[in-house]
Design a protein. Structure first.
Length: 457
């Protein structure tokens, strides 16, 4: 038994068929999945995503905050190994500063939006995991984004001077070495460009005006990693487009997108709070505007990481988002359903009997007894750990305590363990067993701090 066996248990669950059948109906459906605990929602969404009936459905998952969304995204990536699960963060470094951009977050947003804007109509792109602050920001229109992509193909002839001029028009800054999104460098017949839509920069080697090769390279050591036949260069979607070219994420996404949310009432309150914070920020900006023009010093890095102008029309209000969500299939998986109650609409409730992983407080006798109890009830036991050595450690502990526990080791991590009484499955995580902090991972663009050694060359 392995992870595939566990995933197939959910894939073949009749309740997954019910959910998948509902979200392909022509009229928006309201569903509430009750009784989900731990990381079980990720297994449910993964099963629905892979169900043949829902093969053309995109999914938007809205969580309560950035941390919850990051953990949720990590678990979904780990159990599926899919490349089309996108973490969609807020553009900003801090919650209450609507000018200072986080280049890594802009990169992640751009990557996601580009995938959706360049997809064929009605095609399935993937799953987006996001949170209130990210949902509050408008995004560039799909048509506008796709029209402003610069493509390069190996073997094609290009107007180098025209391309460099276009880079500048798109907000890219010329540097000696590229070390973060929004920069380009030219050295002889080599053009380095750090797109806003990719984790690492591209190196385009020219033979005259012909593209001889395209590679991805590591900005830290400047070494090429692999060859590519074609690349798309994406401008900064947060600074290069007018407010009139922006819409809400819900408006941007194709019609074949279902919305999953754990607690919309709480999420809506956070977006309303964002509206109030934005109003305060804009008022302070107006007061300080005259002082800023005379006393503020900006360098090239500031220009790349700050929005020049912030306006209320760059954001979308909570009540507008709520109305847009109502036009789609909604699957709520929190303690209570919000949308059917608000509109007195018919609700399909799908019941699950799942409990969170107990706290054993590093008392392995309690853990062993718990696992033996489940073994006697014919439960299948899966233990998850990011590091395979931790699974070996658990096996050694069981052996030392003379406990013969039959479990399936899964060398990947999920954020929170759970017990599924319906499918008779136990999924425990090593970091909860050993009471270790479990850190989420989010893709990062190369940072300015890492590039200090490059700048001194």
């Amino acid at each position: 038994m392995n992870l595939d066996v566990l995933l197939n248990s959910y894939q073949n669950d009749p309740r997954i068929f019910t959910i998948a059948d509902k979200i392909v109906l022509p009229q928006p459906q309201k569903l509430h999945l009750s009784g989900l605990q731990g990381s079980s929602p990720q297994f449910i969404i993964n099963a629905v995503f892979n169900h043949p009936a829902a093969a053309k459905i995109n999914h938007l998952v809205i969580l309560r905050d950035a941390e919850e969304a990051a953990y949720f995204h990590n678990t979904m990536e780990n159990i599926s190994n899919a490349l089309n699960i996108f973490y969609f963060p807020s553009s900003y470094k801090t919650k209450k500063n609507y000018k200072l951009l986080n280049s890594s977050h802009v990169m992640l947003r751009t990557e996601c939006l580009t995938k959706f804007s360049t997809a064929a109509p009605s095609a399935r792109v993937g799953t987006i995991v996001t949170y209130p602050e990210a949902l509050f920001e408008k995004v560039v229109l799909s048509k506008t984004l796709s029209e402003n992509i610069i493509s390069f193909k190996q073997g094609e002839t290009v107007d180098v001077d025209g391309i460099l001029k276009r880079f500048v028009e798109y907000g890219f800054s010329r540097t000696d070495f590229v070390y973060e999104p929004g920069q380009f460098a030219v050295r002889g017949g080599i053009l380095d460009i750090y797109s806003f839509g990719n984790e690492k920069p591209y190196r385009i080697e020219l033979f005259g005006n012909e593209i001889d090769s395209i590679r991805i390279f590591d900005p830290e050591n400047q070494l090429s990693e692999r060859k590519l036949l074609q690349v798309n260069i994406i401008p900064n979607v947060e600074t290069q487009f007018d407010s009139g070219e922006k819409v809400s994420l819900l408006h941007f996404l194709p019609d074949n997108t279902a919305v999953w949310t754990a607690d919309w009432e709480f999420i809506k309150e956070k977006i309303v709070q964002q509206e109030e914070d934005l109003e305060t920020f804009l008022e302070i900006e107006r007061i300080n505007k005259s002082q800023a023009t005379s006393s503020r010093l900006q360098n090239e890095h500031d220009e790349l990481s700050e929005k020049k102008a912030v306006s209320e029309i760059d954001f979308v209000k909570a009540n507008v988002l709520e109305e847009q969500i109502k036009q789609r299939h909604i699957i709520e998986f929190g303690n209570k359903a919000y949308f059917s109650k608000a509109d007195n609409e018919q609700l399909t409730t799908v019941n699950f009997s799942i409990k969170p992983q107990p706290a054993f407080n590093r008392q392995f006798n309690l853990l062993i007894q718990n696992l033996k109890d489940h073994e006697q009830k014919k439960y299948n036991i899966f233990l998850f750990a990011d590091n395979p050595k931790q699974l070996e450690r658990l096996h050694s502990i069981f052996s030392d305590l003379k406990a013969e526990i039959q479990f399936t080791p899964i060398p990947t991590s999920i954020h929170e363990g759970f017990i599924d009484d319906d499918l008779k499955i136990v999924c425990y995580t090593d970091h909860q067993i050993f009471q270790r902090y479990h850190k989420y991972k989010v893709k990062q663009a190369f940072s300015k701090n890492k590039a200090l050694t490059l700048k001194t060359l």
